[in-house]
Design a protein around this ligand. Structure first.
Ligand code: 5GP
Length: 207
């Protein structure tokens, strides 16, 4: 049986640019697969069902939750978002790494269930810059922006739950840092040692 792949959880406060960095990471060939999330939010123009998200009704989503078919899920701005369990398990069993891009509440649930996952937190260079980005989008009122900033503050405090913090000063640089972290994680002694412990046991039988 192949060695189980790594579960990589990539998250960060809202507005930090997770989606953009993730897209950059997946522009090139990688040794990890992206887990397509399920959501109840309406499909945006240009989005493809099964590629960007699995777009489902609330009833369908709640049925998945009831059957225990979600690794994690969260309600975010009035819609459900979640990670279907089957794909993640199958891919990890095949020995491939799986990459999740999810918000903070979901990431904390994954940490409970898969403590040996790799938890990467994307941070804004500073909070005023994050506010600037939200204002720049031009889609939210001042009140909404203040609420989002309040939420971002709470979310940034949760950085302590993660293994790595990557600053999103430049998309290309942030993407590169994430790829390097994933590569290095494969060389951690506690991961490699398991394989050697097995080999040593086998050797002991013969000598
Ligand atoms: P959007 O609606 O802009 O595509 O995504 C909104 C938020 O939901 C983003 O912060 C994104 O990271 C998060 N998200 C996407 N998929 C999942 C998922 O499967 N689980 C959780 N918990 N959050 C997700």
């Amino acid at each position: 049986m192949p060695e189980r792949g790594l579960l990589i959880v990539f998250s960060g406060p809202s507005g930090v640019g997770k989606g953009t960095v993730r897209a950059k990471i997946f522009e090139n060939e990688n040794n990890f697969d992206y887990s397509v999330s399920m959501t109840t939010r309406p499909q945006r123009p240009g989005e493809v069902d099964g590629k960007d998200y699995y777009f489902r009704t609330r009833e369908e989503f709640e049925e998945m939750i009831r059957k225990g078919e979600m690794l994690e899920y969260a309600e975010y701005v009035g819609n459900y978002y979640g990670t279907p369990l089957t794909y993640v398990n199958q891919t990890l069993d095949e020995g491939k790494d799986v990459f999740l891009e999810i918000e903070v509440q979901g990431a904390l649930q994954v940490k409970e269930k898969v403590p040996d996952g790799v938890f990467i937190f994307l941070t804004p260079p500073d909070l005023e810059e994050l506010r600037g980005r939200l204002v720049g989008r031009g889609t939210d009122s001042a009140e909404v922006i203040n609420n989002r900033m309040k939420k971002a503050k709470e979310e940034i405090r949760l950085m302590s739950e993660y293994d790595y913090a990557v600053v999103n000063d430049k998309v290309e640089l942030a993407a590169e840092r994430v790829i390097k972290i994933i590569e290095a994680e494969h060389y951690r002694v506690d991961r490699v040692m398991e394989r050697y412990a097995h080999m040593i046991d086998k050797l002991d039988e013969n000598i």
